[in-house]
Ligand binder design. Structure first.
Ligand code: PHB
Length: 395
């Protein structure tokens, strides 16, 4: 008998005994703490993940063995200290059964030890901090999103193969920005390319990217490779469009630069951008069609990569809860059930790396093109089944 099955039978036996010994009483709610930014530069991303998580519960089931799945939402504001304080509140006061979030790598790094030490099951629905898949890994985390390395590392070789030799880098000045640029640089230099300049503007509050773009223009690189997301991406792509250097210096980067969530707000600057992403809306499978139809029916627009991560996180939790028949009193068994979840989702087969808990997935390279007046991505290339190394992970 596998460990999973034996956990399940114990849970059923316990439930049967309880129903004989005591009068029927309503099962306790199953509490999910959504620890996301609902304000600040990543506020739109947190909102989208929460929206799609709620949709996932509607589609996959908001109740398991009489336990209603309820949400407690807290706003990290995208700030590490706030994220940590709210995490402690959700764990110790609200006593949530599982946590889902955050968006920022900086917030994830701040909350990691509190989550690990309190042995709280955690489904990372966005933040890509590489340490969580490496030396800071923990058995209490899985990641349905990506690691920073996973998205950009394959692009170093890819950009070299496209003929680029001298590249300029730009990203916000915090953990994710530095990690992504570091991984791109490692891949590009290993292929034989050269990084000829790097800029790291502040994450919160940069309104004008022109001074940084002036430096890029003066350096005359073959291409600019960047990471920006959310409000920063909207602002950066607008500045890039206004600066009018796209015809000489192609804009490339991590795909959140022109997410379907905000591409319409970015104007002409979004055209021709090349990006790498863990999801594109055009993936042709039944689960992606179902996701889109459900999202559209509820929100009158298609979903996004952030939405898919929230939607898949809901399904992971529902399926794990089903696997333990709604009994989460043994937290380790519930966490093991989470790590064992696997299904055909909008991105194809979802499964977690058994060592570091990070999702294994395809990376899509796309180029934005304008068709009938609308700018949107066209897939150029698919880098299949990208895993990230578990270096230093001894969980
Ligand atoms: C991160 O901080 O890890 C992060 C934030 C937004 C993204 C991707 C990564 O779109």
């Amino acid at each position: 008998m596998t460990k999973m099955r034996s956990i399940k039978s114990i849970a059923i036996a316990t439930a049967l005994c309880a129903s004989v010994a005591a009068p029927a009483q309503a099962a306790e709610d199953f509490k999910v703490g959504l620890i996301l930014p609902f304000s600040g530069v990543y506020g739109g991303l947190g909102g989208e993940i929460a929206r799609a998580f709620e949709l996932g519960l509607e589609v996959f089931g908001g109740e398991v063995n009489g336990r209603k799945i309820v949400l407690v939402k807290e706003d990290t504001e995208g700030k590490p200290n706030t994220g940590l304080a709210k995490t402690k509140k959700l764990i110790h006061s609200d006593k949530v059964d599982v946590l889902v979030g955050p968006v920022s790598s900086g917030v994830l790094a701040a909350m990691r030890d509190t989550v690990h030490n309190s042995q709280t099951p955690f489904v990372i629905a966005n933040a890509g901090h590489d340490g969580i898949s490496g030396s800071k890994c923990s058995p209490w985390f899985v990641r349905t999103s990506f690691s920073n390395r996973q998205i950009v590392r394959p692009m170093g070789q890819w950009m070299y193969d496209q003929g680029h030799r001298n590249i300029y880098l730009m990203a916000p000045d915090y953990a994710a920005g530095h990690q992504m640029m570091g991984h791109f640089k490692a891949g590009f230099e290993a292929a034989g390319g050269k990084i000829i300049g790097e800029e790291y503007p502040p994450l919160q509050g940069t309104k004008d990217y022109a001074p940084y773009l002036a430096k890029v223009k003066a350096a005359k690189p073959d291409a600019l490779f960047v990471f920006f997301a959310g409000g920063a991406a909207i602002q950066f792509v607008k500045s890039f469009g206004d600066f009018n250097i796209g015809k000489d210096i192609p804009l490339t980067g991590a795909g959140w630069l022109t997410s379907p969530l905000y591409i319409k707000k970015q104007g002409e600057g979004a055209n021709n951008i090349i990006g790498s992403a863990n999801y594109v809306t055009t993936i042709d499978n039944a689960a992606n069609k179902q996701f889109h139809a459900a999202f559209k029916a509820k929100h009158d627009r298609g979903g996004s990569e952030f939405g898919v991560q929230g939607y898949d996180s809901a399904r992971v939790i529902v399926e794990a809860l089903q696997a333990v028949s709604g009994n989460t009193s043994d937290k380790a068994a519930f966490m093991e059930a989470i790590r064992n979840v696997s299904f055909d989702g909008p991105r194809g087969k979802l499964r977690f790396d058994p060592i570091n808990g990070n999702i294994i997935q395809h990376i899509y390279v796309y180029k934005n093109v304008k068709k009938e007046g609308v700018i949107g991505p066209e897939v150029y290339d698919i880098i299949k089944d990208v895993k990230v190394p578990s270096d230093g992970c001894n969980s």
